[in-house]
Structures are given as C-alpha cells and as structure tokens.
Design a protein around this ligand. Structure first.
Ligand SMILES: Cc1cc2nc3c(=O)[nH]c(=O)nc-3n(C[C@H](O)[C@H](O)[C@H](O)COP(=O)(O)OP(=O)(O)OC[C@H]3O[C@@H](n4cnc5c(N)ncnc54)[C@H](O)[C@@H]3O)c2cc1C
Length: 397
C-alpha cells in the first residue's frame, strides 16, 4: 500500500468502521475491546513493533500519517488501554525477554487483555522507591505480598505491571524488580475507591501470597528501577501530548483529558456568553494552548514531563472556564447518567471535578518540575541521605 492509499485507509477506518463498531451495544469496556480488535485487524494498532506482534509491516514513516489522521478521532473508550498499549506494552517490547514479548504484545495490542499499573502504595507515591510490597522466589515462582493503591482500572484488568522489593538489603533504588502479575487470582483482592466525581475508577489492591511465574520479569531482577523510569516516560508522554488524540466531539466520562476548546466555544454560544470579552479571552487562551501542544506533538525528543505539565494546566484552565459558564453561582453537581461510556448529561460537571486528578496521576506537578530541573536543566539533585543505605535500615512511611 503506498502512502496515499494508506492515508485513505486510515480515514476510512475512522469515518466508516469506527462508528459502526462503537454503535454496537455493550459496556464501555466491551465496545473499547471491539474497537481495538477492529483497529488491529485493519493493520493500524501499534507502530514500532515486529509484524508478528502488531499484525502489519507498514514502513515506519506511516506512523506519522496515522498520527495525523487519527488526531482528535480516537474514541474515548480506548483510554481503557492507556496503561497497556500506552505504557506496559512498549516497556515489555523494549526490556522483556522474547518469550514475554511473544506472550503479551499481540493480545495486548489487539485489546484482548487489559492492563493496570501497580506502582503506588500507601507509603510510596512521589517517593516511589520507598515501596514495600515484597516478592520472594519459591521454586519456579515468585510469591508476592503487600498493598497497592490508586490502581486505575484494576477492576477490569487481566494483568498488572508490578513493582516489588526483591532485595531489602540493597539501597532502596537497587532492590526493586518489575514483574507481570496476573490480577485474576485468589491472592489479589481489588477494592474500589470512590472519587468526588462519584465514580470508582481506581482501587486499593491487597496482595497476599499471589503467584507469578519465575520468568515473568521485565528487565533484570533487582534492576527494576530503570525499567520503572522507562515506563514512567511512556506514561508522561501518554498523559501529556498524546492525550490530544482523543475524539474532539465525543462527550464521555472515559479518559482524563482536557475539555476540548471547541466544546467550550459551543457551550459559550449556547449560554449567550460568546460576546463577553472576558469569556473570549479565556477561550482564546485555551485554543492557544491546544495549538502549542499540537506543535509540541510534532517535535521528537521533547521531555515527557513538559507534555504532562501542559495537560495539567490546560485541563484545569478548561475546567475553570466550563465551571464559569455552567455553574457561575456554585459548584458542579453530579446528575443522573446513562450507562457507562455513552453521552452524559452531567458531562461538564463530571470533568470539572475530574480535572483535579490530572495534577496527581502519573506523578504530581511538583515532581514533574523537579524532574525537569534535575534531568533537563542539570540542576543539583534533591538532597537525600538514603541513596546508599540498605532499604531495611531506612525509616519507613
Ligand atoms: C487519577 C489518579 C490515577 C492514578 N492511577 C494510578 C495507577 O494506575 N497506578 C499507580 O500506581 N498509581 C496511580 N496513581 C497514584 C499517583 O501516581 C500518586 O498519587 C502520585 O504519584 C502522588 O503520590 P501520593 O498521592 O502518595 O502523594 P505524595 O507523594 O504524598 O505527595 C503529597 C504532596 O507532596 C508533594 N511532594 C512530594 N514529594 C515532593 C518533592 N520531592 N518535592 C516537591 N513536592 C513534593 C506532592 O507534589 C504532593 O503535592 C493515580 C493517582 C490519581 C490521582
């Protein structure tokens, strides 16, 4: 297929196949899985993978055509694969054994298996290397015990990318291993956490002697910190500039992305506020923000924390404009909603409340700024006495 034919093929997928697939009945997750299977079968799921894993052998240059044609068209439902397709699978591709790649890449890219990320713990968020979940070898398996928290999507996940401590005698960054945890097993209990939006999008997870095959290690045993950082770079890219790919006109609870400026311009029209100079100024700022991030998207080598910080600022600014247009006299409220994944009458209300989480998930704004200061600007590292002390001897949170 030449480049023009490929471009036409992508357009047809979004204009004809996508509405047909999403029009089917089923939960948001089921429709997301149908859409991803259709994407894979059309040869469009994943670039930069081997043909046996992504199901096509398009030239690398076609990734840019796909990115341009899919911009603002990917259904929000696809956010259920944000952790798998956006973070776990590229990390497995780059750091795991061939047998793990063969086991996980194809079903993950086709949406047959859903992933979550088990990094954060009650005593380890920004200070992720303080994690205390333990994994110990028992014959051919790892046995894992501990507690994770804020695990988005664990309730419908098949596998988790898990960080666990495998050598408590090593300094805290040196004794961590990245493992693939099968979520649906007796030793894993997923308990939902209700957010101020009313939804239970994330969970606390209690792990009690859960089992993992011995070779389901991503990267090296005790070398998990570097693979953890590699995954975080994918996460920040995913939550930052990549989040601009979501469908512009769709009104759904799925996905944590800034409310598109076009929807707010329409809202201002409906409310008779579009001639108000202060509203126009706010809207112009949002449009400018979107233009900037679109230009950033086209540059390679940009630090992923920049995109993550952009999303936070844009998301909060858009939420404030929505609030001033919808609820000038008070806070947002939660109304009644149709089944998951469909249009919601409380769409703006939901996203006004949901926007706050953008500053936290994937690493807080302060941590992004620290990262940029230290890694991009070369400022001195934050002081910390614990880099060479065995983890066992450190005070715990
Ligand atoms: C919507 C959402 C989804 C999430 N999904 C997942 C998930 O799927 N999997 C997962 O593992 N985790 C997930 N998280 C957890 C997220 O990664 C953590 O909330 C985040 O890393 C912050 O950790 P913490 O909540 O423990 O806050 P803390 O680390 O306790 O931070 C508290 C405050 O102190 C500040 N602070 C801390 N350290 C520093 C420092 N060194 N310099 C300056 N300021 C600092 C922080 O910026 C923050 O304001 C999610 C969180 C949210 C909100």
């Amino acid at each position: 297929m030449n480049a023009d034919a490929f471009r036409a093929h992508v357009r047809k997928f979004f204009t004809e196949t996508t509405p047909a697939v999403l029009g089917n009945d089923g939960s948001g997750v089921q429709r997301a899985q149908s859409w991803r299977a259709a994407l894979f079968d059309a040869g469009l799921a994943g670039f930069g993978y081997l043909p046996q894993h992504c199901g096509h052998d398009h030239p690398d240059a076609y990734a840019a055509i796909y990115a341009a044609e899919s911009r603002r068209r990917v259904p929000r439902e696809d956010s259920v694969f944000g952790i798998g397709v956006g973070m776990a699978l590229p990390t497995i591709r780059d750091h795991a054994s061939t047998s793990l790649q063969d086991r996980f890449l194809r079903p993950g890219l086709r949406g047959e298996e859903i992933w979550c990320q088990m990094y954060s713990e009650p005593g380890a968020g920004s200070d992720l290397a303080a994690l205390q979940t333990r994994a110990e070898r028992d014959g051919d398996e790892w046995v894992v015990s501990g507690q994770k928290v804020w695990t988005s999507g664990a309730q419908h996940s098949d596998f988790a990318i898990l960080l666990a401590r495998t050598d408590p005698d090593a300094p805290k960054h040196a004794g961590i291993t990245m493992l693939v945890l099968p979520v649906r097993q007796d030793g894993v209990e997923v308990r939902p956490l209700r957010q101020m939006t009313g939804d239970t999008e994330f969970n606390e997870v209690f792990i009690s002697e859960a089992r993992i095959p011995g070779d389901w290690v991503v990267g090296q045993v005790n070398g998990g910190w570097s693979t953890a950082v590699a995954l975080l770079a994918h996460e920040r890219k995913q939550t930052g500039v990549a989040s601009m790919q979501n469908a512009e006109n769709q009104r759904s609870r799925a996905g944590r992305v800034p409310i598109p400026a076009s929807q707010l311009i329409e809202l201002a029209r409906q409310r008779g506020r579009v001639d108000d100079p202060l509203v126009r100024q706010d809207l112009a700022r949002l449009v400018t923000g979107e233009r900037i991030v679109n230009h950033l998207r086209q540059r390679s080598g940009i630090h992923p924390s920049i995109g993550k910080l952009w999303r936070t600022r844009q998301g909060r600014a858009a939420a404030e404009v929505a609030a001033s247009l919808c609820f000038p006299a008070g806070p947002a409220w939660i109304g009644t909603s149709p089944p998951d994944g469909h249009e919601h009458d409380d769409y703006f209300s939901f996203h006004i409340l949901n926007a706050r989480g953008m500053s936290l998930g994937g690493g807080t704004d302060e941590i992004q700024r620290n990262t940029l200061g230290e890694r991009a600007l070369g400022l001195p590292r934050e002081a910390g006495p614990d880099r060479n002390t065995p983890f066992r001897d450190l005070p715990k949170n």
